[in-house]
Design a binder for this molecule. Structure first.
Ligand SMILES: *Cc1c(COP(=O)(O)O)cnc(C)c1O
Length: 375
């Protein structure tokens, strides 16, 4: 420990980026492609940036096996900007949309969409977070413009187990901000997949949108041009100045994913990491606990309490303090949830998760030996 390379970053986003990518960026920062200029200083209409834009789109297509009738767009405004964009581009079709609310981000998306059309919440808020009621009780509207869900609720640590029940075959829209490229997905089953890049595939500043072609072309009149999927598509994602540096770094992360086994490789690693951590939580005799039902537990964001199911706040503060002494950072849970949260995005290695678990075991042993009590 002690060198600048050894910090362990379990942050929920912006999050850890692959070291190799950052080194490559560092090497090229002052002179991109021997141009004597930084990529940051170049026109977004230059051949250099055009190539980056094209290569990034192609890498997403290749990694996710995107069918030809789907478009890949890059935008700004963050994941939250995407909430408004989805509604303003799609809700106009019938004036209404179905929202599955499983946590913080889908609730926020539904609230945003309600500004632009009628939002139907598919099931009431369950008593226990992460419970999904029987599909027979779902209130689905056959005339919905789309059916929306959040694939992975980053704040709460809830991952949607599969595709949602969709008997009327309405276009499915999903927020994959925190799960994109962590597992294989069949893009052809979706209308729109969107999200911010800053969790798994790049730095903040760029939003990816994968949209089925026939869903373009019907935005609301009030839709600002920078959130208009059709405009962005027609302009090949350079409608106005994109976050060029962010797209450039994202493109490098995508190449890094390709070199490291592609999405399949990421998925395998994601399972190994999360199983390892959840096992440690399960095997702690209740010293650590996960608030989320097993079926819904996220592979990517793992919230847990320290010192019992409701957490012992002074113990949790101590946990964070001791973790930071070992240079394990950003383990504090979201302010609305409390407790701890370890985010295991693509750039976080199994080795790093093992170090976290080792620390958790030591912390537990130390605490129990000191208090000489069992929890
Ligand atoms: C981080 C996140 C967002 C918000 O993204 P911003 O870029 O901060 O607007 C939305 N949805 C999910 C699932 C997220 O993880």
């Amino acid at each position: 420990m002690g060198s600048s390379s050894s910090a362990l970053n379990f942050g929920a986003g912006p999050a850890k980026l692959p070291r190799e990518v950052l080194e490559e960026v560092q090497n090229e920062l002052l002179s991109y492609n021997k141009s004597g200029m930084s990529i940051m200083e170049m026109s977004h209409r230059s051949p250099e940036y055009s190539k980056i834009n094209t290569d990034a789109q192609a890498a997403i297509r290749e990694l996710l096996n995107v069918p030809d009738n789907y478009m890949v767009l890059f935008m700004q405004g963050g994941g939250v900007g995407g909430f408004a964009a989805v509604a303003m581009n799609l809700i106009n079709r019938t004036g209404t949309a179905d929202y599955i609310v499983t946590g913080t981000w889908s609730a926020s998306a539904a609230k945003e969409a309600a500004k632009y059309g009628k939002v139907n919440i598919v099931f009431p808020k369950p008593e226990k977070l992460g419970d999904i009621p029987e599909t027979s009780t779902w209130n689905l509207n056959p005339d919905a413009s789309y059916l929306y869900y959040c694939d992975n609720e980053t704040v709460d640590g809830i991952e949607f187990p599969n595709m949602p029940y969709n008997p009327h075959d309405v276009p499915i829209v999903t927020d994959m901000s925190s799960s994109i490229m962590t597992k294989k997905v069949d893009v052809s089953k979706f209308g729109v997949i969107f999200g911010g890049a800053q969790k798994n595939i790049g730095p903040a500043g760029v939003v990816f949108v994968i949209i089925r072609e026939d869903l373009l072309g019907k935005p609301m009149d009030i839709c600002p041009s920078i959130l208009n999927f059709t405009h962005i598509y027609k302009a090949n994602s350079v409608h106005n100045t994109p976050a060029t540096l962010s797209v450039y770094i994202m493109e490098k992360v995508l190449q890094w994913i390709k070199k490291n086994g592609g999405v399949e490789g990421m998925e395998k690693q994601s399972l190994e990491k999360s199983v390892f951590l959840y096992k440690a939580i399960e095997n702690s005799n209740g010293f650590y606990s996960s608030p989320i039902d097993k079926k819904m537990r996220s592979r990517i964001n793992v919230p847990f309490r320290v010192g019992g199911p409701n957490g012992d706040e002074s113990l949790e503060a101590k946990f964070l303090e001791e973790a930071e002494k070992l240079r394990m950072y950003q383990l504090k849970g979201h302010r609305t949830v409390g407790g701890m949260r370890a985010s295991l995005y693509n750039a976080v290695t199994l080795k790093e998760v093992k170090l976290l678990v080792e620390f958790m075991e030591e912390f537990q042993n130390y605490t129990l030996s000191k208090s000489n009590q069992t929890i």
